[in-house]
Design a protein around this ligand. Structure first.
Ligand code: HEC
Ligand code: HEC
Length: 296
């Protein structure tokens, strides 16, 4: 079966059960959490799909300039996963990048983005993860180069580059823009790939979403600011929403690789209102000139 056919089947499957929509007051925490889980793409880094690993059982290799990290087991298994964690433990990990035993996480776990999530969304997310089957799969140790492997150095890194705290709405912008900002920055962590980094691996906030020649696995990631010639300034809001829903670009192509995973596991499951909010946000952020791919 072609990848396109598989994708269409997945879309149909995603359309199947209702209730995955935006969290209504009546929805259960785990149901609301399923939506956050998709939007935040937790499955990708924590599931070793290549080797047939169970959902969230860990073991997926993540190549970075600092070495190879392995996503840990975050199923509700008490020994190998996070089954023994309280809500407070989970919130501390997501908001502050600190483990229950006080260790600092490496920012390859995108808590610099997740820190922007609300407490409520974090609790719902944990409820959903704990509703999934547990896996007794041991974690693989990271293979990181000297001196980056020292966790205490992360305290210095955080001091320099990390600011914890939930997203604060921008009163000068519309409700839709703020919802889009929340989805892009807190949940979708789009900037973790689309924003260039400095030599110490911190995203350069002043160049938000302007693309990079050295994204994950060393691959280029396009500029998605509204810059006319180097970004997606020529796209309509509907074209942006359509790409996130189906993976199709305005020229009739399809996104590939990492972005295809983002669409398949994540943005294809967002409600039309949320997709429109993301498009609204992307149309109304500062345009940054950055030619990632060779021009025409
Ligand atoms: C880009 C890859 C990536 C994504 C996306 C990601 N994680 Fe992780 N996560 C990691 C890595 C790598 C670690 C290990 C960090 C370390 O060892 O310092 C980690 C660690 C964790 C931990 C700590 C586990 C432990 O045993 O201490 C939790 C909890 C967690 N992630 C939850 C999540 C949730 C929930 C999501 C979705 C909202 C998510 N992660 C998305 C890569 C990712
Ligand atoms: C894991 C890395 C990663 C994440 C996270 C990610 N992207 Fe992407 N994105 C890419 C890559 C790589 C491409 C290029 C894909 C291609 O050329 O086929 C891309 C392409 C795109 C494009 C098409 C741009 C163009 O010029 O063709 C848009 C729009 C986009 N991403 C938006 C987003 C949004 C919005 C989010 C957050 C919800 C996001 N991306 C999260 C890696 C990522």
């Amino acid at each position: 079966m072609s990848r396109r056919a598989i994708f269409l089947l997945m879309l149909l499957a995603a359309l199947g059960p209702p209730g995955l929509g935006s969290g209504t007051a009546a929805a259960q925490p785990a149901e609301r959490g399923a939506y956050i889980f998709a939007a935040a793409g937790c499955a990708g880094c924590h599931t070793d799909v290549k080797n047939g690993g169970q959902l969230l059982a860990g073991g997926r290799a993540l190549e970075t300039p600092f070495g190879t990290y392995f996503g840990p087991n975050i199923t509700a298994d008490r020994e190998h996963g996070i089954g023994g964690w309280s809500d407070a433990d989970f919130i501390r990990a997501m908001r502050h990048g600190v483990s229950p035993d006080g260790g600092h996480y490496y920012p390859v776990f995108p808590y610099p983005s997740f820190t922007l999530m609300t407490d409520g969304d974090m609790r719902d997310l944990k409820a959903y993860i704990f509703s999934l089957p547990a896996a007794a799969t041991p974690n693989k140790p990271h293979e990181i180069r000297f001196p980056f492997r020292f966790r205490f150095l992360m305290a210095v890194w955080k001091y320099l580059f990390f600011e914890p705290g939930a997203y604060a709405a921008d009163g000068g912008q519309s409700a839709a823009w703020n919802r889009g900002a929340y989805i892009v920055r807190a949940l979708g962590h789009c900037g973790e790939c689309h924003t260039p980094r400095n030599a110490l691996g911190a995203v350069r906030a002043g160049r938000h979403l302007s693309g990079t020649k050295a994204g994950p696995d060393g691959e280029p990631v396009p500029n998605i600011t509204p810059h006319r010639t180097t970004g997606i300034g020529g796209w309509t809001a509907d074209e942006i929403a359509e790409l996130l829903r189906s993976g199709e670009t305005p020229l009739g192509g399809e996104v590939d690789g990492e972005m295809w995973e983002v669409v398949k596991n994540g943005t294809s499951k967002l409600t039309p209102e949320d997709l429109a909010a993301v498009a609204d946000y992307l149309k109304n952020i500062p345009a940054v000139a950055n030619q990632v791919f060779p021009g025409p």
